[in-house]
Design a binder for this molecule. Sequence first.
Ligand SMILES: [Zn+2]
Length: 257
Amino acid sequence: MPNLTLPAIILRRVDFGDYDLILTFFSLNKGKISAIAKSAKKSTKRFGGILELFSVLRLVCSTAKGRELLVLQEADLINSFSCIRGDLKKTAYASYFAELINEWSETGSEQEGIYRLLYFVLDQLDICRIPEEILSIIFQMRFADIVGVRPNLSVCTDCRIEIDRIKEDRVAFDFSKGGIICQKCACISVNRFFLSKGTIKQLLWVESGDLSKAAKIRFTPSSVKEGLGFLESFITYHIGKELQSLRFLKQIRRKDE
Ligand SMILES: [Zn+2]
């Protein structure tokens, strides 16, 4: 059984019997992987209590021929992001990012961009410099781009007229076409979301350049609300169901209001 050493972030942990845990990780080199941590439940000493959600670890796993599930042999802590787990709202956002990645990714396909994006948003959640809502906008825009479903926000999907030349203040985004649609081209469609031009501009800024620069963009409160509503509907449309973590996030928001 050859050993595999790699940095990885814990996306999910599930009890397995009385003693073991099954962990799903997003790793730098191999994308999504699952491993069994034997006796991790029975004795916290076995892995030093570091197998917590969103933690970044350096794993040593053994692999068995023909088996997808790895066996976790050792784990060293790189970053625990412990502030996230101590805060309900941060936990809710981090859970959404983790569930989204878990749902979308296939096991074993390398996606370095997703690993770096997840690390960035968790790190920022942990140090509390950027509001959770803005991080979620950045995460969803960048994630959609990496996985190949980037929303077209710059030109009308049908006639290609540029956003700046569209006269209306509010522009329809057609989910089935994957982009904005000008009034002339619009036909009756149920899968539509209206966005103000201001929000569209801010989403376009978030999409390009390096991540730390994107995080400095100032959003108006109405753009944050509209941008989040749009992206969460957009992602839900592509996944084909509402994620459990998103339902929880919406509940928390309603309580805050
Ligand atoms: Zn058009």
